[in-house]
Design a protein around this ligand. Structure first.
Ligand code: MOS
Length: 756
């Protein structure tokens, strides 16, 4: 399989795209030179600390600010009684208010953890002391924070373009007529994002203009929301997010703390810095909703699916719009003649749910991936063989062929690298000393999305190459791949290219979500750089003073920023000198890329196979993941190192999802109690084995000329299923309820209970 794309004759012969180039922002990050939102170099700032409600329903009865205002340094206390009026807006695709509730607008309480006051002070310490001393008395009211007893249920039709209630043929009849059936219910808990960098906003109003340093995955979406909340024109708002310490979806939409920071800056006339505490992160920027998924699979004795019925029960905040569309992969991943998928969403008095790494695909590939394993055992067949037998070339949902689908190759390469053929089928049949060993496999998938993207490339008379776009780098490697793409198109060294992103003043970019940034902005950078190269060559071959004067464009090539005559390398001129010859001081080009008609002809998805080994020590009830291998087909790999890192990160999170992570609410109060990293367990080094990542690389040229599909989210998908399946293989116990903590594997009554 080829990994190069067609290159114009005038471009450099080497390609930087694909290479494992070190992050160009790496040095700035490890030396502390990279400034995250809270590090913004804004002088004379005030500090704001949020006070959150301690009840899940009812009203604020009384507020006593006396002790707070007595703290030296406290400048202002904002509550619903004195906060400026801000309208509430519903979520839409361009103005991404995550909550349909503006902060500090009434005494009503909608969930535990709602922002109810803001203390603003000269120092962080004073603001925090003031926040602790604020006396708020509540008149508690009824609330519903659990699925049990929830009476308000929605049956959504559509979620971000995906049908949520799907029917194909007669699934009930096909299920009833199937030789082999599986009927199992899986559940996943609430989970929270825990990026290294908590959300932070530094806001400042200057002459009616709002400047915000923000931990945001969507500077243009945030700009639109600030403009709307404060009734100013978007041109009067600038949002900056050059570095983001991870987001995973919790910085994609617009949250109330952002409004509060800008509100505080407006009220005080000073710059205001607001940083959420780790504890506040658990209720202020969304979470992944819990799911209950009933899966009924009907199949022939040979493991071929005849019917799939997938019923998802999820939850959503009464004040929010998001939920977990866990059935989203079921209509497209395997060949299924008769199918139904349903989603029911209970509206609860909880903080908003939001996008969290592969929302839908993550819990969906877990439940479906486990059910496929159960089917394999019901048929007495190897689980990988059953996956192979249900392969499809068309997307059963849209009826379109996949632009490129190498899932069989992922299975094959993974099986070989993992030594799958050495697996013995029976549960509890593989041991190493005192430990039971289990091997599990599951499919991974994530759609390849793109959106209109723009980028500006500039070369000045000093030869400096600048790439600018309002896109983002969450730690994913965007800085580096954009430099590689521009370098190839220009015939320059990627390290000589300055990439500037995360500024709403730069050309259009979509949210850094949906794994779509590379495919949206990469082609725009490529287009802009191509235009610059053509223009430079045209000047160099036409200007009388140029050593390349009189040559045709195809008689010139560019290497390391130098244009040369192909048949006489001594005839050469540097980019900088061409710019000076051109007389304009700088050359600039805007590149625009957007999806076209191909979207009606093909279904664009990435695929993968997750292979996992677990070891279980029955005497200690100790369960560990001891090997993990992910094999992915994401089209062309733009940077072998950052791509691999993305996949490793996803698999690590999959280990957390399978074995550790769970946000627990105290049902009596509707309050999150695991709101810290001691009680909310994320995988640490000791939980994570060496992880192998392989790519089956086939450039997807039907998708973009660059051939790359997104890499952010697919890594986590399928991991929890592969682990749960490996746990079954090791122990003979099917745990259908995540996380798989040791007590669910213990013998006797506990085991019977968890078997359901
Ligand atoms: Mo993502 S969960 O689309 O940031």
């Amino acid at each position: 399989m080829s990994t190069t794309i067609e290159r114009p004759a005038t471009a450099a012969p080497v390609t930087h795209v694909g290479r494992p180039l070190d992050r160009i922002d790496g040095h700035a990050k490890v030396t502390g030179a990279a400034r995250y939102a809270a590090d913004a170099p804004v002088g004379d700032v005030l500090y704001a600390v949020i006070v959150q409600s301690t009840v899940a329903g009812g009203r604020i009865a009384e507020i006593d600010e006396t002790a707070t205002r007595a703290v030296s340094g406290v400048v202002e206390v904002l509550t619903y009684r004195n906060a400026p009026k801000i309208p509430a807006f519903p979520f839409d695709f361009t103005v991404p208010f995550a909550e349909q509730l503006a902060p500090l607008q009434s005494d009503e309480i909608h969930y535990d953890g709602q922002h109810v006051a803001l203390v603003i002070a000269e120092t962080f310490e004073a603001a925090r002391e003031g926040a602790v001393l604020l006396r708020i008395t509540y008149a508690p009211g009824p609330f519903q924070a659990t699925l049990e007893g929830a009476h308000e249920t929605e049956l959504p039709d559509n979620f971000f373009g995906n049908a949520m209630q799907v029917r194909r043929a007669d699934p009930e009849a096909a299920f009833a007529a199937s030789e082999i059936t599986v009927d199992a219910t899986y559940s996943t808990p609430v989970e929270n994002h825990n990026p290294l960098e908590p959300s932070a906003t530094v806001a400042q109003w200057r002459d009616g203009e709002l400047i915000v340093h923000d931990a945001s995955q969507w500077v243009l979406g945030s700009r639109a929301a600030y403009a709307k909340a404060f009734s100013v024109d978007e041109t009067q708002v600038r949002v900056l997010a050059p570095y983001i310490g991870g987001g995973f979806g919790c910085k994609g939409f617009f949250w109330a703390h952002q409004t509060l920071a800008a509100m505080a800056a407006k009220v005080t006339g000073r710059a205001v810095k607001l940083v959420l505490s780790r504890e506040q992160m658990f209720t202020s920027v969304g979470h992944r909703s819990s799911t209950r998924q009933r899966l009924r699979l009907g199949a022939s004795r040979d493991g071929t699916l005849r019917a799939v019925l997938h019923d998802v029960q999820g939850e959503s905040a009464r004040v929010g719009a998001f939920f977990e569309p866990a059935g989203v992969v079921t209509p497209m991943l395997f060949a299924v003649p008769a199918l139904s998928v349903s989603h029911r969403v209970a509206k609860l008095d909880i903080p908003s749910t939001t996008a969290m790494r592969a929302p839908g695909e993550t819990p969906g590939t877990y439940a479906l991936g486990c059910a496929m394993d159960e089917l394999a055992y019901a048929c007495g067949l190897d689980p990988l063989e059953v996956l192979r037998r249900n392969e499809t070339e068309t997307d059963g949902e849209s009826g379109l062929p996949f632009s490129s689908r190498n899932l069989l190759a992922c299975y094959e390469r993974g099986a070989e690298a993992f030594d799958w053929s050495a697996r013995t089928h029976a549960p509890r049949s593989m041991r190493d000393g005192g430990e039971l060993i289990g091997w599990g496999v599951a499919a991974a998938t994530y759609p390849a999305m793109r959106s209109r993207g723009e980028a500006r490339v500039t070369i000045d008379a000093a030869g400096t190459i600048d790439v600018a776009s309002a896109t983002h780098d969450l730690g994913t490697g965007m800085y580096t791949i954009l430099a590689q793409i521009a370098a190839d198109a220009l015939g320059a060294d990627p390290r000589a290219i300055r990439v500037r992103i995360g500024d709403s003043a730069f050309p259009l970019a979509p949210v850094a979500g949906g794994s779509m940034s590379s495919a949206s902005i990469g082609p725009a950078v490529h287009a802009a750089a191509e235009r610059i190269r053509r223009e430079v060559i045209s000047i160099a071959t036409s200007a009388g003073a140029s050593p390349l004067h009189g040559l045709r464009a195809d008689e010139v090539h560019v290497v390391d920023g130098i244009l040369r005559a192909k048949d006489d390398p001594a005839r050469a001129i540097a980019y900088a000198d061409v710019v000076r010859l051109g007389g304009s001081g700088a050359l600039e080009a805007l590149g625009v890329a957007e999806p076209g008609k191909e979207q009606e002809e093909y279904s664009f998805h990435s695929f993968g196979a997750q292979f996992v080994e677990v070891r279980y020590d029955e005497e200690l009830a100790r369960l560990r993941v001891s090997r993990a291998l992910g094999v992915f087909d994401c089209g062309r790999v733009l940077n072998a190192k950052t791509a691999r890192s993305q996949m490793i990160g996803g698999i690590v999170w999959g280990i957390g999802m399978a074995l550790l992570e769970e946000t627990v609410r105290d049902d009596r109060y509707g309050a999150v109690v695991t709101n810290n990293l001691a009680d909310y367990h994320v995988p640490v080094n000791a939980d994570v084995p060496a992880i192998d990542v392989l790519f089956v690389e086939e450039p997807d040229l039907k998708f973009t000329a660059l051939g790359a599909r997104g890499m952010g989210e697919i890594g986590i998908t399928g991991v929890a299923a592969a682990i749960a399946n490996a746990v079954y293989h090791a122990t003979g116990v099917r745990v259908r309820d995540l996380p798989i903590v040791p007590e669910k594997l213990l013998g006797g009554a506990a085991q019977a209970a968890w078997r359901k």
